[in-house]
Design a protein around this ligand. Structure first.
Ligand code: SF4
Length: 335
């Protein structure tokens, strides 16, 4: 397919469906494009290893939002899912934000349609809304403060104890935070398909086979898994834990992309992906894994697909993100 036809098809297909010369050194080409276009590649920990290896910055939602806020690059290439690239655009309206595949969505973000959420909010007058960053720009615009799994506790603690709160969209993270903070936040009934699917039974069997292994889990997991975890934390906190803890084996209950950085940082430790409740041995996010090195190269070369956003929506969605960044800075969570 020629490039003009591929560009016309981007909204329907999600990416530039163009053949690439198989002998091309994509790593070299991506580095060249970064320099030529003053572009930065931001990648989430759940991206495939090749993408992580070409990224200028790899992080979780909080770190990526902070990098997007402070970059001086003209082009931000966001190797992650749609709401993350949207967040980068919200913070950088003057910059071009590219996403290798527009169809890289998120089941959690999709579980909160804006109109239904607006009505839910109206049914709870007097509540403020704290939303997990894994939500659409529309939900952000309906929120008072955004949080990530790294800073959620601090964000909630910054709100007076007698102020009622709605927490959206992840019910598992919300329930975990209610337990941790002693609050009684009203929870929107959303969930992540990747973190909800871990099998407690298979994890228990794995623990019997690996009695010395520590189970580490992301708080988007369901309560029965969190109850048996040795450590619960955001993706970045899980990564740090594996570096600082003396254990030699870890069972990791989150998306498997993070194992690449865990293994790189700890070559002599063993990381076992926690098994999901299906026939697969590990748990990949199908949305995150839509991005490939080829699509990354093509979107940089042709500067498509690009994230665009209505300015009124962008401004409304920016306010709660800035509030999050302010609270996180004051709490010493980011520099
Ligand atoms: S892992 Fe879950 S929360 Fe993260 S992008 Fe995939 S579906 Fe969304």
């Amino acid at each position: 397919m020629n490039i003009d036809t591929a560009k016309n098809n981007v909204d329907r297909v999600g990416f530039l469906d163009v053949e690439i010369d198989p002998s091309m050194d994509l790593f070299h080409e991506i580095e060249r494009l970064k320099k030529e276009k003053n572009a930065i590649v931001l990648a989430h920990y759940y991206q495939e290893p090749d993408i992580q290896d070409v990224a200028d910055y790899i992080g979780d939602s909080l770190g990526l939002a902070q990098q997007a806020e402070k970059t001086t690059a003209d082009i931000i290439v966001f190797a992650g899912v749609h709401f993350m690239a949207e967040t980068a655009k919200i913070l950088n309206p003057e910059k071009k934000v590219l996403l290798p595949d527009l169809k890289a969505g998120c089941s959690l973000a999709d579980s909160a349609p804006a109109e239904l959420f607006r009505r839910f909010r109206e049914q709870h007058p007097g509540h403020i809304v704290i939303s997990y960053i894994n939500c659409s720009a529309d939900i952000k615009a309906l929120s008072d403060i955004i949080c990530t799994s790294s800073n959620a506790e601090k964000i909630i603690e910054s709100v007076p104890a007698d102020q009622p709160i709605i927490f959206a969209p992840d019910r598992n993270l919300g329930a975990y935070l209610n337990k941790k903070t002693g609050r009684n936040m009203v929870l929107w009934n959303g969930a992540c398909m990747v973190h909800e699917i871990f099998s407690l039974e298979k994890i228990t069997k794995l623990k019997i086979r690996h009695p010395e292994a520590k189970l580490i889990a992301h708080p988007e997991c369901e309560d029965p898994v969190l109850r048996v975890a040795d450590f619960i934390g955001s993706t970045t906190q899980l990564l740090k834990y594996t570096q600082q803890d003396n254990a030699k084996e870890f069972i990791v209950a989150t998306e498997t992309g993070i194992l690449h950085q865990m293994q790189k940082g700890n070559p002599f430790k063993t990381f076992i992906p926690a098994p999901p409740d299906n026939s697969c041995a590990c748990n990949d996010c199908p949305h995150m894994k839509l991005n490939t090195l080829e699509k990354l190269y093509l979107c940089m070369e042709f500067e498509t697909p690009e994230i665009t956003m209505d300015e009124t929506l962008r401004t409304a969605a920016k306010r709660p993100i800035e509030r999050m960044l302010e609270i996180s800075k004051a709490a010493g969570l980011i520099g």
